[in-house]
Design a protein around this ligand. Structure first.
Ligand SMILES: [Zn+2]
Length: 332
């Protein structure tokens, strides 16, 4: 193929695939750190967490590799239990990593679902590097399909995590996607790995949903009050929009009639027009937000932060009923 399996770099003989994996891990670090910072996580902690995942995975890969022969259960010759040691190690380290995430997210008061979403994004890129390596080194053309699907997953789903899709959804989708790939490629013991992934993805969705439902404890009379407030606000904004439109039309009309022959007057009108335009776009943005909150109300999602999924403070909703984000997420 294009690249040899072993490469000699100075005094070292390096397994070429490891070069790809190493670059993938670096990219994995970068993506998670970059995206986490964008999402408002403490970047140092996120870096530590990423480091822990790499250590855990490396330890599991190492231990399983040396203990594989001795694990009785794996020596049965059944397609269900006889697991490829790589998948076995990956499955175990995935569970160990999620355990660490759950503990630390609780300690740091982070949304576990958002953390998992971020890591799904990082893993997506790590897998891209590994796939590209397998394609280039071993000429494994099936990897073209994998690369295509990973890119598709990123562009259609992963990058909209927490925005177009509620937090947690992206991680589950990613896990389902990987389980589908195992079914297609069928390594030994794929069934166990497949079921493990499907279980993780489903549990994630289940707990996410359960939490959203249990946290929405806003009383009905409060919601009715909010509905009235929003309806009134929408009406007021609509009125303001109409007034501004009239003002604008008046300015435009003056312009076409050419009544501003004096330069000073023209400048004055120009700045007036700018102010009107700015006001119009501000009112428009406010009205969109009010309508969004009304849609959330209709869908029964009102009062839950659209970014992190945590309940929004009631005092905030009273003061600012069109809020669809909690104070922490809104400040970012
Ligand atoms: Zn939030």
């Amino acid at each position: 193929m294009i690249l040899p399996e072993q490469m000699i770099i100075g005094p070292l003989t390096v397994n070429t695939l490891w070069l790809f994996i190493g670059s993938g891990v670096l990219f994995y670090f970068f993506i998670i750190w970059y995206e986490a910072r964008k999402d408002g996580f403490d970047a140092d902690r996120m870096f530590d967490l990423t480091f822990i995942t790499v250590i855990i995975s490396a330890v599991f890969l190492n231990v399983i590799n040396s203990w594989y022969q001795r694990l009785e259960v794996l020596s049965y010759d059944s397609p269900f239990l006889k697991m490829d040691r790589f998948y076995f190690a990956m499955g175990l380290s995935l569970m160990a990593n999620i355990g660490v995430f759950v503990i630390l997210a609780k300690k740091w008061k982070w949304s576990i679902y958002r953390v998992l979403d971020d890591f799904a994004l990082g893993l997506n890129f790590l897998l891209l590097f590994v796939s590209a390596g397998m394609l280039i080194i071993f000429g494994d053309y099936r990897q073209i399909v994998v690369i295509f699907l990973l890119l598709l997953l990123y562009s259609r789903l992963l990058r909209f995590r927490g925005y177009r899709f509620p937090s947690g959804v992206v991680f589950s989708a990613f896990v389902y996607f990987i389980s589908l790939l195992t079914l297609i490629f069928r390594p030994s013991g794929y069934l166990l790995f497949f079921f493990l992934l499907v279980t993780i993805g489903t549990l994630n969705l289940y707990f996410r949903r359960k939490r959203s439902m249990s946290k929405n404890l806003l009383p009905l009379d409060f919601l009715n009050l909010i509905k009235d407030k929003l309806t009134l606000k929408d009406k007021q904004l609509k009125k303001q929009q109409e007034l501004l439109k009239n003002e604008d039309a008046y300015l435009q009309e003056g312009r076409t009639e050419g009544n501003s022959e004096i330069i000073d007057e023209a400048i004055l009108e120009d700045s007036q027009k700018e102010i009107t335009d700015a006001k119009m776009s501000a009112v428009k943005t406010m009205r969109i937000q009010v309508r969004r909150a009304m849609a959330f109300l209709r869908l029964g999602k009102y009062g839950i932060c659209e970014v992190c999924g945590k309940p929004i403070d009631k005092a905030r909703l009273e003061f600012y009923p069109e809020a669809t984000r909690c104070i922490d997420c809104a400040e970012k």
